[in-house]
Every structure is written in structure tokens, then in C-alpha cells.
Design a protein around this ligand. Structure first.
Ligand SMILES: [Zn+2]
Length: 249
């Protein structure tokens, strides 16, 4: 089991959770705790040369993030499960992000019982860590620096550790959440000078609904979709992702 924090250095929740996990009494197996991008954590910045979560599988002699990706990928092949910790500027609440629909990933999802899972299929974020391990997923658990983000991240990691028999604890038999599954299929371009409406992630947007404005001109949705990771500061060039809701597993 590996817990990876600070793939994005400004998302300091990963470091905090890792500090808390250092005191766990592991009774079975081993837990690897990795602060992925120390230099960006020190500078409270997202990356130095390029986004680390777009850099996998990395390069042995590449730029700084490519080298980290290369070494981290090889290190993570030694563990059965990986959870990568992120936080967001958007109103996504508890979101688990997956790239692969493997039995290992599904085992983690079952233990976590999250509110929502979003799948990024091939072509979306292929350079992410989650795409380069057989049983890896990412937490995108709420606002940067919010205490709830830390608490929920730590709580759900503990659920996984209990389910794997790695720490003592009571496995709750009844799942609290009915997990909703979404799949990304596109993104919405953000024109220059765009001012986004307050959009609730994973709440259906219908064709014709207002997304925001460029000066006084209104921009509307051209089709129905579920917005994922929409936020005014989420991405430089897109508003966020379009997803479809999958029938529950
Ligand atoms: Zn992140």
C-alpha cells in the first residue's frame, strides 16, 4: 500500500495526511508514504517544469517532473495499491478519480464507499499517476486547505487500511453512500475574458443553460452533460470536463 501526497505541491493536504499516517500502528503488510514533489511543496507551487500528474511514465533523463514520474512509477510497482491525494479549488466535495477499471481499483472503491467516482478514459489525463499502476486512484476531496478535506482524506484511507487488515478497526458492514459513477467524455473551452457562472459539479446542465459570460455576451451549454471539476480557477484553458452518468454498479 502506498499513499502519495503532493503530486501538486500547493495541495498541502497530502503532506498533512502523510504526517498523521506516520503514527499508525500497522499490524499487517507495509505502508509506503511518499511526498511526490518536495520542491513544489516548499514553494507552494503546482509544478516546476511541467504538471507531474501529466508526466507519467516519465523519463530517466527528462526535466524535473519527468524524472520524478520515472522514479515514482518504478517505486510504486512494488506495492499492491496506491492512493494519490489531491485537493481542488472547485466545489467537487468527495470525488474519487480513476483511470483504470481494474479489480484492484474496485476493491479500493468498495472499501472507501465514496459519494462519487469519475472515470477519465483513454485520451483524458493519460499522463496521470493513476494511469500507471494497476490499482491506483486519486482523492479530490474538496477545497485546498479546508479542514474537512484533511479529515475526509484521512478517514477514507483508514477505511481502506481496515479493509485490508493493515490496522485495527471496525469494518462497517453497511455502506453509507450510494456511489454514483461518471465518465468523462469531453471538456468545455474557456474563451479569454470568460466569467463563469457558479456551476454545481455533477448537477445536470441542460442544453441552453447559462455557463457564464464574455463581457455581456452569454455563453450557453450546447448539450446536456454533468459538469466535472468545473471552477473559475480550475484550468487555464477549459472550464472543466463534461461527463455522463453511468448506471450504478
Ligand atoms: Zn492536484
Amino acid at each position: 500500500m502506498a499513499i502519495v501526497g503532493c503530486v501538486h505541491g500547493e495541495e498541502t493536504v497530502g503532506k498533512k495526511v502523510i504526517e498523521a499516517l506516520k503514527n499508525m500502528d500497522i499490524i499487517k503488510g507495509a505502508m509506503l508514504l511518499v511526498v511526490a514533489n518536495e520542491a513544489t511543496l516548499r514553494k507552494r507551487t503546482r509544478f516546476l517544469d511541467q504538471d507531474l500528474n501529466r508526466s507519467f511514465p516519465g523519463k530517466k533523463n527528462g526535466n524535473r517532473e519527468e524524472k520524478i514520474a520515472y522514479e515514482l512509477k518504478s517505486l510504486l510497482q512494488t506495492v499492491d495499491f496506491v492512493i494519490s491525494l489531491h485537493s481542488t479549488s472547485t466545489n467537487t466535495k468527495d470525488l474519487v478519480i480513476i483511470k483504470k477499471d481494474t479489480s484492484g481499483v474496485n476493491k479500493l472503491i468498495k472499501a472507501i464507499n465514496p459519494l462519487r467516482v469519475v472515470h477519465f478514459p483513454k485520451g483524458f489525463g493519460d499522463g496521470a499517476l493513476e494511469n500507471h499502476h494497476k490499482a491506483a486512484l486519486a482523492f479530490e476531496y474538496g477545497y485546498h486547505y479546508a479542514p474537512a478535506t484533511y479529515n475526509k482524506s484521512l478517514r477514507d484511507i483508514k477505511k481502506v487500511l481496515v479493509s485490508l487488515g493493515m490496522i485495527k478497526g471496525v469494518s462497517k458492514s453497511k455502506a453509507k453512500n450510494k456511489t454514483s459513477f461518471f465518465s468523462i467524455y469531453g471538456s468545455v473551452d474557456k474563451p479569454r475574458g470568460f466569467k463563469m457562472k457558479n456551476i454545481r459539479n455533477f448537477s445536470l446542465i441542460k442544453r441552453g443553460d447559462t455557463l457564464g459570460w464574455v463581457k455581456k455576451e452569454k455563453l450557453v451549454a450546447t448539450e446536456n452533460f454533468y459538469p466535472a471539476l468545473f471552477g473559475p480557477k480550475a484550468y487555464p484553458d477549459i472550464m472543466g470536463f463534461k461527463s455522463k452518468r453511468l448506471s450504478n454498479k
